[in-house]
Design a protein. Structure first.
Length: 310
């Protein structure tokens, strides 16, 4: 059966037009809502390129979050941009999908930043979720940031990179200093450069190319993606740094974590330790040839795991 591009348009969500794409081989299949990372790092072309086989099992909905990618708009100084706002956006999206596809629950997949708003959504609206799938799951952001920073330090020591090491040692990895934004970008670049983010790669070119050649993305969308990423990080990162799910060990829906073995971007070891404490139905899956993006580094295995959840 050929994939159906059943819906690809803007809908108004809590006062802002936001882009939603829905594809499936059969629109009677269960709905899977994908929450991209970032904050602000839209992912529609990547899901289309690497994860189209999910459409054999799910009606796959990809939402470009407010201020991101095709849903870009410039945040004003007066806009109250916070995590709760994104959770309420998810609520509207889920209601739209359930009504349109005549279902009572969705499967929810959150990657990285998307795993923050996804897991928080599950805590507030469990009655709307079959199963929650966390990928590159954020658990304790301050702890993960420290691990990423120490990974960059260790790699510089191994390679005797004195110049970069000196700069890193002057960085406060709680990202609360006056220059936190520049510090964050610098540390992240080192984690990527030394292979702790995208498995087997020293840069993100593999993840940029699908945007450039995407039929869904115009030149202005490409420009807006960059703008959206920067503004979203600036407005949401301080709140993100305070996220800590560790005290929360009971959920009303099954929880699945899919983690890259070598993820130092958002520590997969922290995610594993956390899932071990969860008392309700759960599952953990290691991806042995992945870091922070198992859904794209090992796409076939990713589809296999998600199909087994049904």
């Amino acid at each position: 059966m050929v994939s159906i591009n059943d819906f690809s348009d803007y809908i108004e969500i809590n006062g802002k037009k936001q882009f939603l794409s829905v594809c499936s081989r059969d629109i009677r299949l269960p709905v899977l809502l994908y929450l991209h990372g970032g904050p602000g790092d839209a992912a529609l072309p990547l899901v289309k390129k690497f994860n189209s086989s999910l459409e054999n099992y799910y009606t796959v909905a990809v939402w470009e979050q407010r201020g991101s990618g095709k849903s870009f708009y410039r945040f004003s100084k007066d806009d109250d941009i916070n995590i709760q706002l994104f959770i309420e956006d998810i609520h509207k999206i889920v209601e739209f999908l359930l009504h349109k596809y005549k279902q009572d629950k969705v499967y929810l997949l959150g990657h990285s930043w998307g795993s923050v708003i996804g897991l928080k959504f599950v805590q507030l609206y469990p009655e709307l979720i079959h199963t929650y799938i966390g990928c590159g799951q954020v658990v304790n952001m301050e702890k993960s940031s420290r691990i990423a920073y120490e990974y960059a330090i260790d790699k510089c020591v191994e390679r005797n990179n004195i110049k970069t090491l000196g700069k890193l040692k002057n960085i406060d990895c709680t990202y609360s200093s006056e220059h936190w934004f520049e510090d964050l970008l610098f540390v992240t670049r080192q984690v990527v450069k030394y292979g702790g983010s995208l498995y087997g790669e020293k840069n993100y070119y593999k993840l940029v190319k699908p945007f450039i050649f995407s039929k869904e993305y115009s030149l202005i969308d490409l420009i807006n993606r960059q703008k959206g990423s920067m503004q979203s990080i600036k407005r949401l990162w301080q709140e993100l740094m305070a996220v800590n799910f560790e005290p929360d060990t009971s959920f009303s829906v099954p929880i699945v974590f899919i983690e890259g073995k070598y993820d130092y971007h958002v520590s997969s070891q922290v995610a594993k330790s956390y899932l071990d404490t969860i008392l309700t139905p759960k599952k953990f899956v290691w991806f042995e040839n992945s870091c922070h993006f198992p859904q794209w580094s090992e796409a076939s295995k990713f589809t296999e795991v998600l199909s087994s959840i049904l």
